[in-house]
Design a protein around this ligand. Structure first.
Ligand SMILES: [Fe+2]
Length: 399
């Protein structure tokens, strides 16, 4: 799959990032480890150099893993020396490099999962944890947010770290809306699928319908689902296991999320709605992370399965499974905020140049490194992509 890189490449690339943007411009007398690595491990920075084709990264059997570790040690040693003379600019780039590496830590697991899923032995990356299997979730309760003028976006002065694409803070007007308290579950999506959700063209966006028609029948389901002898299974980093109906649905693309929302009489939230609702609910709903290699049903939260909203025993207007469960598709195209200024120089290529043809996802997921996300964080993927840990939270209009 063209998007997937070997773990070794991720390690070399994140090392190259520190070398290129921190050590070479900021450390007098720095010795470049190997000039040929620039072509191999530059991801997409045209202002630096041309790049080895992404879809061929898996062919790079050399340099060896041992040599990549030596490269890493060389760069780590140099960064440690540089820390002794760190000024604000060095600290800013170092912080960006660390957050960049965290993004690649998540990519490593996404890519490993995809590659493992291609192996008919369905290897488990690690053993299944003993999951608390108490009955969980699917109250379709929602939180109501009134019409009004709100402020969204991050202010670099007021946060430990943010990417340039989260800035500047700005005011927006929102019509009142409702946002579901919980993510869509496997059980709910299975109902959509068994209802022939992949069949009627009128449920699908035009590009989405084209995508559906390109999929063989057995692929018209979430990426890691498969049916064996009439039973549904799901592949995860814990291997191939029977589909857990009460777990949050994951690995669907934007087209599938949009079609499901339409089928259910709802819609996807805009990223502005998601952020405003999150900010309003945050004091009442502290984040309960679900660190693990698959979105967990429980993650410390008591929820009730398949109980009608009017029978729900959870009256509190809080949003559950908000951060660090699954990236949640929004209906917002990834674009610049009013007054957006990309980082200066080549680092301006980090985010800004991708602001076309992609959709925003919010929330972080269970394999996102701890502390990496925040309510203003904007992730983005192309609408057909689904190897990221993506899920659905539904929204609807008040009227
Ligand atoms: Fe990168």
């Amino acid at each position: 799959m063209p998007n997937v890189s070997p773990v070794k490449w991720h390690l070399a690339h994140t090392t190259w990032f520190f070398e290129t943007f921190l050590l070479r411009p900021r450390m007098g007398g720095y010795r470049v480890y190997d000039a040929s690595f620039e072509y191999l491990f530059n991801s997409y920075y045209n202002g630096i150099s041309e790049q080895f084709p992404r879809h061929q990264r898996s062919l790079l059997s050399r340099p060896s893993l041992a040599e990549i570790y030596q490269y890493r040690a060389h760069v780590d040693d140099s960064v440690k020396h540089l820390l002794g003379e760190a000024d604000n600019q060095i600290a800013t780039i170092l912080r960006l490099g660390l957050n960049h590496e965290q993004q690649h830590q998540e990519l490593m697991l996404m890519d490993l999962k995809y590659n493992f899923s291609c192996n008919p032995l369905y290897p488990a990356f690690c053993d299944t944890p003993s999951i608390d299997s108490k009955t969980i979730a699917a109250v379709r309760g929602s939180v109501e947010v009134p019409s009004g003028i709100y402020e969204i976006g991050a202010s670099p002065e007021n946060t430990r770290f943010c990417f340039d694409n989260e800035t500047p803070q700005h005011k927006i007007f929102l019509e009142g809306f409702k946002l579901d308290q919980y993510l869509v579950t496997n059980a709910e999506y299975l109902t959509f699928l068994e209802d022939g959700g992949y069949e009627p063209a009128d449920l699908w966006l035009s590009d989405g319908w084209s995508w559906v028609q390109q999929q063989p029948a057995e692929k018209r389901a979430p990426l890691y689902w498969q049916q064996l002898d009439g039973r549904w299974f799901e592949f995860s980093l814990y291997g191939l296991n029977p589909l857990n109906l009460s777990q949050p649905l994951c690995h669907i693309n934007y087209y599938e999320a949009d079609a499901y929302a339409r089928w259910s009489g709802c819609r996807l939230p805009t990223e502005q709605e998601w952020e405003v609702a999150t900010a309003l609910c945050a004091p009442a709903a502290p984040t309960i992370p679900s660190w693990g290699l698959h979105p967990s049903v429980s993650s410390g939260e008591d929820i009730v399965v398949n109980v009608a909203a009017d029978q729900a025993t959870d009256p509190a207007p809080v949003l559950h499974q908000l951060l660090n469960h699954l990236w949640q598709w929004t209906s917002s195209a990834y674009a610049a905020y009013p007054g957006f200024n990309p980082l200066s120089g080549v680092l301006g290529e980090y985010n800004g140049k991708f602001m076309v043809n992609q959709m925003v996802l919010r929330g972080g997921c269970c394999i996102t490194p701890e502390g990496h996300t925040r309510s203003t964080y904007r992730n983005f993927y192309y609408p057909q992509e689904r190897w990221q840990f993506s899920g659905i939270r539904l929204a609807r209009n008040l009227t």
